[in-house]
Design a protein around this ligand. Structure first.
Ligand code: ADP
Length: 590
């Protein structure tokens, strides 16, 4: 629409300029031509009148010899083909080329004719006037007729202007006719030039439209070294700059999105009305929601967590950072630290940034550490209290008691052994847990190693009448840390004997599972209640503390087993039926 109006404006302005120029030129030309033509004609008439004046004899004028004067005037007039009139100084017509001598006598006095007035005053007079006699416009030129400095009359020449007027009417006609012609020519030319100007403008508009749609890869091609060329260059430079900036912003935004989504912490951005603007993948996982379902909705409506919603509301209201620990029960039970920070814009709160940090593991580790310290203290305190008690008893006189003193010393020894075992287990465990621990792998025969372990338990097996079967294939070669695998078997077989019934059995067997060798130590002992099974490998975890302690256990054996196997990139597990027995297994990669 605008383009059309611009070309229309151009065409109109071109046409107006051309018409105006033509008209003004025509008017001035016409007027000047007419004026000059009449001036030349007047001059020519003046000169001819002066020539006639020279021919007139003052004597005949003085005598008013009408007949001869009229003949002379007629003669001269015929030569120059102009009407000539001779007038005396009173304005009386003495001769006229167009009249007979009789007619001259009855002609009006000419003293009042303007040209005659001038001539009788000594100047050259001229006038254009409608002649009643000839019924047409005439140019009259009169010169004084003077002799010896006296003005005795006037010679007047007259020419009809019909020819002149016809010629000028024709010129006028040509000029008027040229208007529509010049108008159409100007229209054609101006359309041509307007389109020539509009064409590159149209190109620029079409490219600019693409820019407005966000497509900055197009360029305007206009070679001309004019303003439009300059505009095209500027536009191209602008598009290039914007393209580069947009691409940099895109890269930045992609990086930010990548960071945002790969963050372990959950992030929620809300508006000042509490509407969710953005969430990251961590939030999707924790609350089991989809980004597209949540964004654009109010937090409470989308995620339905009153506690976090309360924190967001408070942050938005008070404009201060709030940190709070919350426990999430659904969809998974976890502990989170929620950190809400207000987002400011022009000194007022415009939204909130909420970062949710899963601290379940930190809290669990804290509990584990606290429990561990409590457990170690407790485990150490029991034998120490006993030792202290018996030493005091001995010192208070029991030393002299020949019957019991040895007994007391044996009890002290038992507790000292317990302390020793406990400290040794704690040392092994701390070593296994320390960073950078190395395992020294070598290839050895597991079958023989199991036999070796069992040999050490010979008397205890015999006492309890427990039957043992080493069902491992002969020459079962494994590549592992021999000493540590020995420790694993020792702990597992020890438990299998400790918690077995009298006349029970123990079986050690193996199978290949994929890339792993799975070794199982099965016993016919008391088994483990299902509720305790998940925690059995934790430090100091015992199903029956008193019984374990009575049997000389520290509660660290299975924990040591787990650590050693995990150092070998294997895994441990247990299957058990309470009252029937347990199957403890571990795997070692081939
Ligand atoms: P402990 O020194 O008490 O044996 P462990 O870490 O070796 O410590 O074992 C932890 C607990 O697991 C034991 O106290 C016991 O309750 C249970 N347990 C371990 N092995 C067996 C088994 N073979 N049969 C039944 N219970 C077992």
């Amino acid at each position: 629409m605008k383009i059309r109006s611009l070309s229309f404006k151009l065409i109109l302005s071109y046409a107006l300029i051309i018409i105006l120029t033509f008209s003004l030129l025509g008017i001035f030309l016409y007027r000047d031509l007419k004026r000059n033509y009449l001036k030349d004609l007047t001059n020519s008439l003046t000169n001819q009148a002066l020539l006639i004046e020279a021919q007139i004899s003052p004597l005949s004028v003085g005598k008013k010899d009408i007949q001869s004067l009229n003949n002379l005037v007629k003669d001269l007039s015929a030569k120059i083909n102009l009407r000539a009139t001779l007038i005396d100084r009173d304005g009386v017509v003495l001769a006229d080329s167009e009249k007979s001598s009789q007619e001259v006598l009855i002609m009006d006095n000419h003293a009042n004719r303007p040209e005659i007035r001038f001539a009788l005053g000594g100047a050259v007079g001229n006038e254009i006037r409608y002649s009643d006699t000839l019924k047409m416009d005439m140019l009259y030129v009169a010169v004084p007729l003077s002799r010896n400095d006296d003005i005795i009359g006037s010679v007047r020449l007259a020419i009809p202007l019909t020819g002149v007027q016809k010629m000028f009417a024709e010129i006028k006609g040509i000029l008027v006719l040229s208007i529509p012609f010049s108008l159409s020519l100007s229209f054609i030319l101006s359309t041509f030039f307007a389109l020539k100007i509009i064409k590159p403008v149209n190109k620029i508009i079409s490219v600019a439209r693409k820019y407005s749609l966000g497509n900055f890869s197009h360029r305007v091609y206009h070679e001309a070294n004019d303003e439009i060329g300059e505009l095209a260059l500027t536009l191209n430079k602008m598009a290039k700059d914007i393209e580069e900036k947009v691409s940099a912003i895109k890269d930045q935004s992609q990086q930010l999105t990548a960071v945002f989504n790969s963050m372990i912490e959950g992030v929620i951005v809300t508006s000042k009305a509490g509407v969710v603007v953005s969430i990251n993948q961590a939030i999707e996982k924790v609350f089991d929601v989809k980004k597209q379902d949540v964004e654009g909705r109010h937090f409470l409506e989308a995620i339905r967590n009153n506690e976090i919603s309360g924190i967001i509301d408070l942050t938005l209201k008070e404009g201060s950072q709030i940190t709070k620990e919350i426990i999430l029960v659904f969809p998974v039970q976890r502990i989170f630290e929620v950190n809400a920070t207000p987002i400011f814009s022009d000194n007022s709160v415009n939204g909130a940034l909420v970062v949710i940090h899963d601290i379940t593991e930190i809290r669990r580790l804290e509990t584990v550490r606290r429990d561990f310290v409590a457990n170690v203290s407790h485990e150490l305190k029991t034998p120490l209290t006993s030792i202290k008690g018996f030493v005091e008893t001995l010192l208070e006189g029991a030393l002299e008691d020949k019957e019991n003193n040895r007994n007391f010393l044996k009890i002290i020894q038992t507790h000292a052994d317990r302390l020793d075992t406990l400290v040794n287990d704690l040392l092994s465990l701390s070593k296994l847990e320390s960073e950078g621990i190395e395992i020294r792998k070598s290839v050895f025969d597991l079958h023989s190693q199991v036999n070796e372990v069992l040999k050490g338990f010979k008397s205890r097996l015999k006492d309890k009448e427990v039957k043992v079967e080493n069902l491992l294939p002969e020459e079962l070669k494994v590549n592992a840390d021999e000493d540590r695998v020995f420790q694993v078997l020792l702990n597992l077989v020890d438990n299998a004997i400790k918690f077995n019934k009298e006349k029970g059995f123990i079986k050690v067997y193996s199978e290949f599972k994929g890339d792993n060798l799975k070794v199982t130590i099965e016993d016919s002992g008391c088994g483990i209640p299902p509720k305790d099974m998940p925690r059995i490998f934790e430090r100091f975890y015992r199903v029956d503390k008193a019984r374990s302690r009575e049997l000389g256990g520290t509660g660290l054996g299975l924990s040591i087993v787990k650590h050693i196997i995990e150092l070998h990139s294997g895994s441990v597990g247990v299957e058990s039926t309470e009252g029937l027995g347990s199957k403890f297994w571990f795997t070692l990669p081939k």
